[in-house]
Write a protein that binds this ligand. Structure first.
Ligand code: PMP
Length: 325
């Protein structure tokens, strides 16, 4: 018999899938690391489990404890899965620009969800960063995960996602392209891949309204780069400890409109029903065209599933309202 002891045993070992139509103008092979095959439908299951296991090992998370996190949904899903199996409570603090579907899904997994305003400074007491930190000091036997600065996030990708990509491409990967939010994915995968072959190029996909690209290019944290944007999951108005800028060869920024349109194109032209950051990531790959040659093997990582965006990028009315259609 072949079975997992529980749902957590199905995390990782996701497939690599060739992209065909959208990348027809590129000279190279483009492969998608397809993370929706994880049980919570996103790459975040990997780091959620690792952060919990490390917190248990160091005594920060104790039996019967409450897990508190500011999460846009996917990390919450991963934490909720692990919490159910391991017997913890979860409270998630989320910003009000996130899909209603994401909030409902977290509640379905038994978590308590607190919604905070998006359009306030990170250090404002109403922000989801501040609210989650405060709750962790007030609630007894609780642990604040902090996926931005918790380096178990990067470690999860160094230990699993990176080695899988290296093995699946038979060491032939030349470029890794991925959206950057907390930075855990790009830093963990990038570190592992560059240790195997320092010539591998690692590119981050950023949004307009985020600080990453300018900071990487100039070393300046420019507050004028920060403004509200629609793309979900990538870009930040802070510098998380999980972003290792030294490992990143460059960033490309994708507009909200392009991210939305390419999310739809992935579904209709490749049969890949994926989240909004996948649209940004594949458009980022196309923007980097001049960097790719024949025989290159480009791996782009797709973080999450389209079902969480049916009321947004996959809804014609919403697209028209935003001026994207
Ligand atoms: N896409 C989605 C949908 C996400 O939820 C996240 C996590 N914020 C990312 C991309 C970025 O991944 P990371 O946090 O590992 O940089």
């Amino acid at each position: 018999m072949q079975y997992s002891e529980n749902i957590l045993g199905t995390i990782g070992n996701t497939p690599l899938v060739k992209i065909n139509k959208l990348t027809a103008d590129l000279p190279c092979l483009v492969l998608a690391k397809y993370e929706t095959f994880n049980p919570g439908n996103s790459v975040k299951d990997r780091m959620a489990l690792k952060m919990i296991e490390d917190a248990e090992a160091t005594g920060k998370l104790k039996p019967g404890g409450t897990i508190i996190e500011g999460t846009s949904g996917n990390t919450g899903m991963g934490l909720a899965l692990a919490a159910i199996i391991k017997g913890y409570k979860c409270i998630f603090v989320i910003s009000d620009k996130q899909s209603k579907e994401k909030i409902d899904v977290l509640k379905a997994m038994g978590a308590e969800v607190v919604v905070c305003p998006t359009e306030v400074e990170p250090d404002d007491p109403r922000s989801y960063y501040s609210v989650s930190k405060r709750m962790a000091t007030e609630i007894p036997n609780s642990w604040y995960v902090n996926q931005y600065d918790n380096l178990s996030n990067t470690a999860a990708h160094y230990e699993s996602t990176g080695p899988e990509i290296w093995k699946q491409t038979d060491g032939k990967i030349t470029h890794f392209v991925v959206g950057v939010g907390t930075g855990g994915t790009i830093s963990g995968v990038g570190k592992y891949l560059k240790e195997q072959n320092p010539n591998i190029k690692v590119w981050g996909v950023d949004t307009y309204g985020s600080v990453f690209k300018k900071y990487h290019e100039t070393g300046i944290f420019d507050k004028n780069e920060i403004y509200p944007y629609i793309t979900e999951g990538i870009g930040e108005d802070i510098l998380p400890k999980n972003v290792d800028f030294d490992l990143i060869d460059g960033f490309t920024k994708v507009t909200d409109r392009d991210a939305a349109i390419y999310t739809r194109r992935l579904a209709r032209e490749e049969g890949m029903f994926l989240g909004n950051s996948a649209g940004a990531a594949i458009k980022g790959v196309l923007q980097l065209k001049e960097h790719f040659k024949e025989n290159d093997v480009v791996v782009v990582l797709f973080h999450d599933h389209g079902s969480r965006y049916v009321g947004k990028m996959f809804n014609d009315e919403w697209m028209k309202e935003k001026g994207f259609l």
